[in-house]
Design a protein around this ligand. Sequence first.
Ligand code: M6R
Length: 614
Amino acid sequence: MCSVVGYIGQRQSCALVMEGLARLEYRGYDSSGFACVDNETRRLMSAKSAGRLSQLVTRLQEKPIDGTVGVGHTRWSTHGVASEANAHPHFDCTKKISLVHNGIIENYLTLKKELEAEGHVFLSQTDSEVIAHLFERAFEQTKSCKKAVMQLVSQLHGAYAVVIVMEEHPELLIGIRKSSPLCIGVGDGEMFIASDVLAFAGKTDRVSFLPEKTFTLVTKDKAAVYDFDGQLLDLPVEKLDSVWTATEKQGHEHYMLKEIYEQKSAIYKTVSLCQSFGESVWNSIGISADLIKNTKRIKIIGCGTSWHAGRIAEFFFEEITRIPTTAVLASEFRYRTFFPELDTLYIAISQSGETADTLEVVRMLNAHGQKVLALTNVASSTLVRESEGFLLTQAGPELAVASTKAFTTQVAALYWLAARMALERTVISDGQFKQCQEELLMTANILENGLDAYKYQIFEKLALFYSNFSAFIFLGRHSTYPFALEAALKLKEIAYVFAQAYPAGELKHGPIALIDEKTPVCLFSHPDPLIYQKLLSNAQEIKARKGHLIVFAFEGQTELQALADTCLMFPAVNSHLAVLSMTGVMQLFMYAIARARGCDIDRPRNLAKSVTVE
Ligand code: M6R
């Protein structure tokens, strides 16, 4: 979603804020802005631009402004189009208060009407601008920054991470957090405030994460943190993990490509972390061994790619652990009738750990006393803080909007967890558990070998041919059906090509009407002989209707290979891990199509990396 970055210190803020914004631009990028108390005029100055951050950079080069306190923002539009007027920072009527906001103010219309009736003039269509005018009113009434924030938050409904710079208080940055992340980078004689640590990684390795419903008054030397009742809090300063500073493309054309190639290592690291828990695994992840032994049901919650990982894991938990499992979409689950079940283990999956839909479900589950295990890539995330226990994937920073290595590490961690729970419940033996771990690592090797084996064919032949089609159908059965959903999502989000995923058995119940030469069908096979036979029949149905067939198949599946117009073959693996073995090549294929179509792969249109609004 949007990113907020603020700086206060002895250095000039513009370059530091712009660098922070550039690092977070993957989170939202349809307009941007910067404001500071200008060195020369001592007045609050700003520059804004619709479009990418590079346009703001050009504007600032043409007409520089700078000062030792500044804030910046990249926007992902919710209220109002992506225009200069709607870009942040927003101002109060006197132009002495500027602020940037990430989140949604739900009661902004009521507040706006009230403020307009009092004579406040609004210049944008955004919900965020009401915060500036409300703060103006509160500051006028209280003459105190602290009291003004307390008055402000008592009037706002919704989610917000806000950073304020005031002309009257150039010695101060104000940060406010409710349901949207905000952290403080603690330097020597300087402070950063941002929606993500990446913004200041490398500038300081000390960080404090603002807890829910708190605000901070930050000077260059100190951050005083208060709860919404004004009580001073003692906030720990943590050391930032250095892995989160390695954010370069390292010679790859896109972050997505780099991240595709990092998958083997990310899986190895994730498995190695899991193995390091040894006998104290349940203590380490914060879920009681009793719950693990007595769990009768598992419900997995997530959105997008994380939900797909959960859907694949349904098969791990049901077939290896023997526990009925359902993966649900967070945005849907929240609005269904909820039946509290104390012997259910809830697993919330989120790469970022900041996805609003997923967090709201976790909060609802917590309110009912349910146990939630978070599976996330970000140790400092809200999801970790708000869940009973957590297991961290070791993907490292994932900067491309399209999730790749986060997905594979989620699938690997869930497979490991299913096997470890099965061992705990004596469903499998120690020897079988070891074999599961070995096969998992072996599959990571297969994933990487597939990239080497197919890269030339994909880039030089397949991508050029398939980039000309305007719609695709993806089919799978059993665990390859959620994998088909993931493939279709990848193609849609990075190549802007319409793609529909179906369970192969459903084809004859309607979608078969779509089969023709113009709509390639990509079928993901399965190593299980029974499922393979069914998929083979589906492939024949497609060919009988002159469909164009792309097949991802496993060694020995020669009948399917013979039917295919394009066939990508994979070594036979443990059938649970089939999807993992095909993942790298599938992602590379979708990437190459998007590249051939000239798409902005790392920052697809209309999207944001971290979806912190509902
Ligand atoms: O951070 P999360 O895993 O919670 O994000 C969930 C989805 O927004 C995310 O997976 C999205 O679907 C990706 N862009 C897919 O590539």
